[in-house]
Design a protein around this ligand. Structure first.
Ligand code: HEM
Length: 406
């Protein structure tokens, strides 16, 4: 199949349900492949890793949006992302990232362990009630999507009674990361962002009057000390990013981790009994079913990469999920094997935008999974797991389970 046809198939519902054969079809033409005028796709491990580290390949910021969609500022959800570190290049990116890096180191995040354990226990108590008498429970709604929001809300210092609202608003806003493709979805994302920004206004005022030892208080302080370093819009954009970036992504990681354990019960058994197994297991879930399938970069200058011309202004689409299944990096890549040697999957990206919350997401999954399968030794699938019709951030919509005897 031609690379272009395989790439275009990813825009179809069928392609989104199972994109992996299409990634292979593109990779048959090379690790970095032109698919249409001005667009290349990276599908090899080495190529993806290199693109993410190339300074001349940058994220799409406000200046880049001006060229492709001059009216982008009218979309509050897009504008908020553009004010955040994720859609910024140095020096703005360096400035924003420096304000939060220290709070997300492995050591700092490890201090969240008791909080994650407490929240997991509380959610499992609720799941137990919902599943009493054999009633099926959708683990995506009742567990996987609740834990990440609870944890990040606590870290940021947001209201604990707003988590379900945050979750729904974050889901709506996430759609805008798919671009301008669907105007109706974008309108929903904008409304959600406007509501969130209004709420953030109240939170900012509250943190000023009553500072606390949380991340939002320190960001508000940074803004008040020097709005030139962190403007009001940038403060709101980064609050939104911190609230939303770790929510669906971690929920999808948890969903796949549970699904793969239920499909092969020996994995669930090992998660129950072997403490160190959880870390290796989570790494393989991240490689095999990464929550973020794709990101992209724009060439700020003409360059040549792996023998391909990348003219200034062209787009390089980085398919992280394809790089994670490159047979040159991972032998028998389509086999889920938690015993394989650690191979630094691309799931958290690479280079200066490497995921800020990687340690937190890993900690949550490494704690929550063993707790779940220990609490419900009879846990089993109670129906088909279904996917959302999405490509960029891809994961399960439903994961129906029966709790079984325990
Ligand atoms: C960036 C994936 C969880 C916060 C990224 C990127 C990826 C990613 C691929 C880089 C995007 C790019 O280069 O274009 C994931 C996955 C997660 C996860 C798979 C869960 C399994 C989290 C959590 C948080 C978080 C829990 C925070 C609470 C961020 C932030 C960025 C980011 C702030 C932007 C960093 C920057 O631009 O410098 N994430 N993420 N993520 N992630 Fe995560």
């Amino acid at each position: 199949m031609e690379a272009r046809a395989a790439f275009e198939a990813l825009a179809t519902t069928e392609g989104r349900q199972n994109p992996y054969p299409h990634y292979e079809a593109i990779r048959a033409h090379g690790g970095l492949v032109p698919v249409k005028k001005g667009s290349l796709v990276a599908v090899g491990y080495r190529e993806c890793a290199r693109v993410l580290r190339e300074p001349a390949l940058q994220v799409q910021d406000g200046t880049a949006f001006d060229r492709v969609y001059p009216r982008w500022r009218a979309h509050s959800s897009v504008a908020a992302f553009t004010d955040s570190m994720l859609y910024s290049n140095p020096p703005k990116h360096t400035r924003h990232r420096a304000m939060v890096n220290a709070d997300f180191t492995v050591q700092q995040v490890a201090r969240m362990r008791p909080v994650v354990e407490r929240m997991t226990t509380r959610l499992l108590d609720r799941v137990e009630k919902l599943g009493a008498g054999g009633a099926p429970v959708n683990l995506m709604d009742e567990f996987a999507s609740r834990l990440p929001m609870a944890v990040v809300s606590e870290m940021l210092g947001f209201d604990t009674d707003r988590q379900v609202w945050f979750r729904d608003v974050a889901s709506a806003i996430a759609v805008s990361t798919d671009g301008f493709a669907d105007p109706a979805a974008l309108a929903v994302a904008d409304t959600a962002m406007d509501e969130l920004a209004a709420h953030f206004g109240e939170v900012i005022a509250r943190k000023r009057g009553c500072p606390a030892a949380d991340l939002v208080t320190s960001l508000v302080r940074a803004h008040d000390a020097d709005p030139g370093r962190l403007s009001r819009d940038e403060l709101v954009g980064n609050m939104m990013l911190l609230l939303t970036a770790g929510f669906e992504t971690t929920a999808f990681l948890l969903g796949h981790a549970v699904l793969l354990a239920l499909r092969e019960p020996r994995h669930a058994d090992r998660l129950r009994t072997e403490e160190p197994f959880a870390a290796a297991y989570v790494e393989e879930v991240l490689r095999f079913e990464p929550p973020v399938h794709v990101t992209s970069r724009w060439a700020a200058a003409d360059l040549t990469l792996f023998g391909r011309e990348v003219p200034r202004g062209s787009r390089v689409i980085v398919i992280l999920a394809a790089g994670n299944r490159d047979p040159r990096r991972y032998p028998r890549p389509n086999r889920f094997d938690p015993g394989r040697p650690a191979g630094q999957p691309l799931s958290f990206g690479g280079g200066i935008h490497f995921c800020l919350g990687a340690a937190l997401a890993r900690l949550e999954a490494q704690i929550a999974l063993p707790m779940l399968v220990r609490r419900f030794p009879g846990l089993r699938l109670a129906g088909p797991a279904t996917y959302r019709d999405r490509w960029v951030i891809r994961g399960l919509r439903t994961l129906p389970v029966a709790l079984g005897p325990h």
